[in-house]
Design a protein around this ligand. Structure first.
Ligand SMILES: O=C(O)CCC(=O)C(=O)O
Length: 263
């Protein structure tokens, strides 16, 4: 059967704010990741770039891969990946409930994050991951990912709290490409307080002050089934991101974050 994969690497760049939804009619139900139903609508190629300032940028392709192919990949990943649910710690707290798995090229330095050192599986174990990696590389010319962190959120009670992927093994300006399947969830970015702001109070207090003073210090993206979101430049140094709990998100979501480990 001919592949129905359609990639939208070269769509127009509409402007600074990438948060506008080209399909505002999508209901909460559809947003929860329902598979079929409803009228088929044309899927316009669209590449939204959000300039976060200070050399940080987010690129968002809501229709990176078509729904049917995205569900095929979701089902494969859901059934085939050897998911495990480690105890992850962020800022001294044990939390972060979600299933994870790690895949990487052979011979890379070990990844350690949130107090967890995952076993690195080989790409050869999961041929579909190679297909997805190829699609991501085609969508992002010049990219060269050699590792992948997979997350599965079984319900809206699973989440990732505020953090940055600023491990030294990714270097100072990593490009991180995040592909989402299944239940649609919010992805939120907030500015880290500067050193002097943090020094003048607790980090959290500084953030509260910042938020009051500057609402542009937070950006929210709605990650749809089959979408691709890319963080670039100094995003990991200067911003934190999270996928908050959502009581209404009742179905599973799978997220793949492709990264380049420096060698
Ligand atoms: O699930 C997501 O969209 C984000 C995952 C994430 O933040 C991470 O793996 O570091």
């Amino acid at each position: 059967m001919a592949s129905r994969l359609r990639l939208f690497a070269a769509g127009p760049t509409p402007g600074a704010d990438g948060n506008s939804d080209p399909n505002p009619g999508i209901s909460g139900k559809a947003a929860a990741g329902e598979r079929e139903g409803g009228a088929k609508r044309p899927e316009p190629p669209r590449r939204e770039v959000t300039d976060l300032g200070g050399g940080s940028e987010v690129v968002h392709l809501q229709r990176f891969v078509d729904r049917e192919k995205a569900w095929e990949w979701f089902d494969y990943l859901d059934k085939t990946i050897p998911w495990n649910r480690p105890e992850l710690r962020v800022f001294g707290r044990t939390a972060q409930p979600r299933d994870v798995c790690y895949v990487a090229d052979e011979g890379l330095p070990d990844l350690k994050y949130s107090g967890h050192q995952p076993h690195a599986h080989s790409w050869d174990e999961f041929p579909v991951l190679k297909d997805i990696l190829k699609a991501v590389h085609e969508a992002l010319p010049g990219s060269c990912f050699n590792s992948l962190l997979l997350n599965r959120y079984k319900t809206g009670a699973d989440y990732v709290s505020w953090h940055a992927d600023d491990e030294p093994l990714y270097g100072p300006t990593p490009e991180i490409a995040s592909v989402s399947f299944g239940c649609e969830r919010d992805f939120v970015l907030r500015k880290k307080p500067t050193k002097s702001q943090a020094a003048s109070g607790s980090g959290e207090a500084a953030r509260k002050r910042l938020k009051l003073a500057a609402p542009q210090q937070q950006h929210s993206f709605f990650l749809k089934h089959g979408s691709l979101l890319v963080m670039r430049g100094y995003t990991q140094r200067d911003w934190q991101h999270s996928v908050p709990k959502r009581a209404k998100a009742s179905s599973p979501r799978i997220n793949l974050t492709f990264r380049h480990v420096l060698t």
